[in-house]
Design a protein around this ligand. Sequence first.
Ligand code: AMP
Ligand code: GLY
Length: 635
Amino acid sequence: MAQKQGLKPKKILIFASGNGSNFEAIVKHFNSKVFCTQNKQKTGCKRLVEIELVTDNKNAPVIERAKKLDIPYYYVKFEDLYDFLKPKKDEYNLFVLAGYMRILPEKILKLGAWPGTHGQKQNKFINIHPSLLPKFKGKNAIRQAFEANEEKTGVTIHFVEKNVDSGKIIAQKSLPTGKKTLPVLEDAIHKIEHKLYPEIIENLLFKTSVLLFGGGAREHALAQKLSNSPFLDTLYLVNPNDGFKNLGETLELIPNGDSAKDYKDLAKKARALNISMLIVGPENPLFEGITDIFQNEGISVIGANKKWAALEGSKSFAKTFMQKNGIKTASYKILEEKDLTLAHNIKDTLQYFTSKYQALPVIKADGAALGKGVELPETFKKAKFSVNEFLKGKFGKASKKILLEERLFGKEISLVSFWDGKTLVSFPPASDYKRLLDNNKGKNTGGMGAIAPAKISAKEKKQLKEYENALKSALIKEKADFTGIIYSGLILTKNGIYVLEYNMRFGDPETQVLLELLETDLLYIFNKIAEKKLDEIDIKFSQKKASSLVLASKGYPDNPKKGVLIKNLDAAKKYGCKIYFAGVKNSENELVTNGGRVLNIVKSGNYKKKILEDIYKTASDIAFDGKIFRKDIGK
Ligand code: AMP
Ligand code: GLY
């Protein structure tokens, strides 16, 4: 559990008919957790979680366990359960089924109806089942998996719905069956149950209030995903755009020219609101040290600290990191402002690249330049011009130092990974369409669309795995002590995988498609990252395909048209697509354009062709003056 403030004691009712080993594990887990009101001695403390037991079996061994553990218990015949529960239902925060051998009728399930804050569909009844649902429902699930010669089986915790073992999945943990005998397998599964169930109950009882920083489509997608989490208490949003601010409570941040002070004030506000986690969308706050400031206030952060944000914020820092650790990246040379006075240095360097690599070099600002500090010149003259422009301060301080880089050729993919300081878990690779126009023509943009998983060959898959291992080893060796995201911008060349860049945040628009593939609860993952226990969980991705298309406003990326009414947004629903808003704002209760990238249309499913058809139908129905979009996403 991430650090939580303002804990209030909770009460749960455990339902069991038999042996009660899960019951005992839960009781023991919470035995050590006490709640003390301030100013009181330890004697004034009480259990953080009060537990009671109800059983339908007079002779159940679980009763002996309850007596031994000093837990109040009720013997209630199944036919009397409804009348027993009805008057008491509001006393409990959660109804925990732990080997209760009955199917609960809807009438009883309704007693667990959950008011739910942001439209979460859940109830107070949860159950644990010894298989990886939806496989092997019903009785003898471990034996069923064993006899089916499954490679792996596991444990599922889920909300209870009227059909057996079918409610929304809360968490799963898998186990390779290997060559285990049935009793050994059963034992191993029970061990997992006894660890997982108490932990999930704790996370459901003491939910996390989250602050999400950023107001684009990436943050809209993150906010949407988080607000479906059963582990979420309240979602707070820093400066969301008007297209998604309804998903949480807004905290306004008006910059005062001193970002450290702004973030300190924001962190204080967050503490006062019992927010225990900050999730950072864009890169600038990371460069400015928002992570360090929030951590000092005792708030967990998903996002690199200042030191490691430099992997994105300083290209030369990133190059050194890669070279030291044997990660392949383009050769480069650095030029600085002083080289302006030595014109031959610039000319010689350009000539050096042209003769050595038979291509003009790529020109990159060393510092952060809003994703615009990269140029791929087509002529020597343009290259010379750009180098001069950069060094003279086209991007201010960020381009007073530049890198000239060997130009690489190949397909680009984005690899977004979670990192907790020792464990790296990556999403499937995604493809981002960076150029403005079809067939990768036109200017570089923030991204005009994305698909996931990216189509790569078996050989490239293997290379990607090797790259991932190399990255993990490098991060461990360099003691990269941050908790968050590392995004590798990769290029698949004929000499293998090279790194073009690192971003220390979720990609935009990649996130909008990658979250479609994520089956494990995102907030559960974030909580584990914050605890530095990412290795403890399985992160599951679906086999589906996902795609996004950006609708931009005419003039993007230089001078997009703003203030234009957006019509027919309902088209998305008609074609089963989601919309994530970026450059929009409210004007007289209607959304108007307010930036270059206006919105993303997203859909996932089994058939890429069908997804793209629906996305493009939606794109053509949504109407605003000056709408532009690429026609070749996914082709
Ligand atoms: P970056 O911000 O470093 O990812 O650069 C933006 C885009 O420029 C990349 O996605 C590539 O399309 C292109 N690019 C950057 N570096 C190189 C390189 N060394 N060779 C070829 N293309 C590059
Ligand atoms: N899609 C590229 C980025 O987020 O920088």
